[in-house]
Write a protein that binds this ligand. Structure first.
Ligand SMILES: [Zn+2]
Ligand SMILES: [Zn+2]
Length: 272
């Protein structure tokens, strides 16, 4: 199986990453990745006072990336991406910035719940169903209000920092919300990311049901969903391509035949 990791960060433009480009390239190659996409955080007008992730100069990023790419050994395809953090009032702005540089891939993510990054444990006092419904509805709003993106990032982010080891994000929590989310993704030909960092985080506190809910994946496929990408969301060198083989096998067992990476904003399929 080709290992194409479509979601990763470096310390050059993502303040929460702990690896520079040299560490990035050498770790990605040691892991045997064929393709690694850098998707630096761009959190426009971040309302969280404790969070230092904001924006960066796009031209500097493009310039740095072009130098990195020249110096990258030929066995690793390095791609230039970006991960936008979505808020209702920033939709138009980020949708415009997406078109301002020759990105290979644009990920849209929702890191916030109640104006705080989920990383800080926001929202866990709300009942599970309400929390999951609100979060997936926000993903739908994000994919409705923006158009110039490729991949909807970590739909399960709401559960990633949950202190409860047994809670899962299930299709049955909010089937109508999931259906609306999938419908907009499919009708706009956007890609559903399976974020293996979320799976990995779960594996640190639990030893069962680590993979994304089977019903959820089957429903996406049944509705006509075809585009799926894998991202390890690496911020450190030790997690590149983490659990990719296991996740690939799992998706295959549910009927997924192909995964996708993006180059020049176009999806490219490859077999599992
Ligand atoms: Zn993210
Ligand atoms: Zn990320």
């Amino acid at each position: 199986m080709i290992l194409a990791d479509m979601h990763n960060h470096t310390s050059h433009f993502s303040p929460d990453a702990r690896m520079d480009i040299n560490g990035f390239i050498s770790a990605a190659r040691s892991r045997g990745l064929s393709i690694a996409c850098i998707t630096e955080h761009y959190e426009y007008d971040n309302p969280d006072p404790e969070d230092d992730i904001t924006t960066f100069d796009i031209d500097s990023y493009v310039k740095s990336f072009n130098e990195w790419k020249i110096n990258c050994p030929g066995d690793l395809k390095l791609l230039m991406g970006i991960e936008f953090g979505y808020q209702t009032h920033t939709a138009q702005t980020i949708d415009g910035i997406s078109l301002s540089a020759p990105f290979d891939a644009v990920i849209l993510s929702n890191h916030l719940f109640g104006n705080r990054d989920v990383y800080y444990g926001s929202g866990y006092s709300l009942p599970k169903i309400e929390r999951h419904t609100q979060y997936i509805d926000k993903m739908t709003e994000m994919c409705t209000n923006c158009s110039n993106f490729d991949i909807a990032g970590h739909f399960d982010y709401i559960n990633r920092y949950n202190p409860d080891p047994d809670e899962r994000l299930l299709y049955s929590d909010c089937p109508g919300s999931f259906d609306r989310f999938f419908e907009v993704l499919i009708s706009k030909e956007k890609c559903l990311e399976i974020n293996t960092r979320s799976i990995y985080k779960l594996s640190l506190k639990s030893d069962h049901d680590l993979m994304p809910d089977e019903r959820l994946i089957r429903r996406y496929l049944a509705m006509g969903g075809r585009l799926i990408s894998l991202g390890s969301d690496s911020h450190t060198p030790d997690t590149f391509g983490i659990l990719f083989e296991e996740t690939g096998e799992y998706l295959k067992s549910l009927g997924v035949r192909e995964l996708f990476y993006y180059e020049g904003r176009k999806p490219v399929g490859y077999g599992i």
